[in-house]
Design a protein around this ligand. Sequence first.
Ligand SMILES: Cc1ncc(COP(=O)(O)O)c(C=O)c1O
Length: 403
Amino acid sequence: MIPAVMPTYDRKDVAFERGEGSWLHATDGRRFLDFTSGIAVNNLGHCHPYLVKALQEQAAKLWHTSNLYRIAHGERLAQRLVENSFADTMFFTNSGAEAIEGGIKLVRKYQYVNGRPQRYKIICFEQAFHGRTGAALAATGNEKYLQGFGPKAPGFVHVPLNNTNVVRDAIDDETAAILVEPVQGEGGVRSGTGEFLRALRQICDEFGLLLFFDEIQCGFGRTGRLWAHEWFDVKPDVMAVAKGIGNGFPVGAFLATEKAAAGMVFGTHGSTYGGNPLAMAAANAVLDVMLAPGFLEGVRERAAWFHPRLEALVAKYPRVLAEMRGTGFITGLRCVVPSADLVNALFERQMLTVGAGDNVVRIYPSLVAPLADLEQGLAIIDDACKALTARLATATAAGAGNG
Ligand SMILES: Cc1ncc(COP(=O)(O)O)c(C=O)c1O
């Protein structure tokens, strides 16, 4: 019999009732170290007291009015994001996929209002992930996710990451934009190189295309800077954000320069909930914490402490781990064993992580995890890798015996 919750996820048999910082308390009494952070969402940990207070205060005042009226918190948040990014304007959504969809509409409309209505194609990258709705799914381009859902939305071309020649070859008279995650999350914590991302900027300028960054997973402090692209000294025309912006309250946004947003006039886009007072209270509070002097420096410092220790584990367990990847706290361990084996071994030791493409296990502590939590996480990874190595040794010995 089909469960009441549609079975589209292979959920672990655990439910959580309470969270605090890096820790989640399960209904069965177990306590887990959370190095998934809701898949790069709880960047400020669970139940950050400042965020709890902001949301509680807003919940007691006003939840929702619709976008038919001005929303003061939203105007304030938009202004602050404009001041702290390349953008001049933005639209609030409820999720990442909606932010991508909005950005796709925006780049096409830009070409349309500039007298190039034939330009609708978007160049995307292999192993990208942009969400599960119609156009976002087509931008993701993964056949596994597309199968059985009818014709793929037209206009998305996929090329390998970090190869400028193939990008140039993919451009034709119908190309409108290039969409890229500066650091791919689901794809396996794979980063675009600075050289490549800057070359994309040049190509866009040369061909009259818009450069559209998806920072849904890598943005909002995850890399140790507010925006991942700050590491690469390159600016997009459009950017989608979500996840960390609300720390668990569902909110997203697509941001754009004034020039890129030229076609997004009255009536071109809308959302019932997008940017409602609750979401805006959560997101303003997140920004208060992230923009506080020293916050992002602190993230970078702890990440700089963490990375060599992860590297040391890669060196210590060559039969289990192949490589450490990442910037700040968007980190991944590429495995030699199936990545699910490591995720499961960590889960047995009450630590939460999530797999990704390229046989990678994502290691996403919260950005506020103290060194003690990071140390504990490293000890658990060490123990899990030790057990997996021992299991491999036993299997090899058994195999040798059989031979
Ligand atoms: C880079 C990226 N883009 C888009 C999405 C889709 O976001 P959402 O699940 O909020 O629709 C995700 C979600 O994992 C993502 O990582």
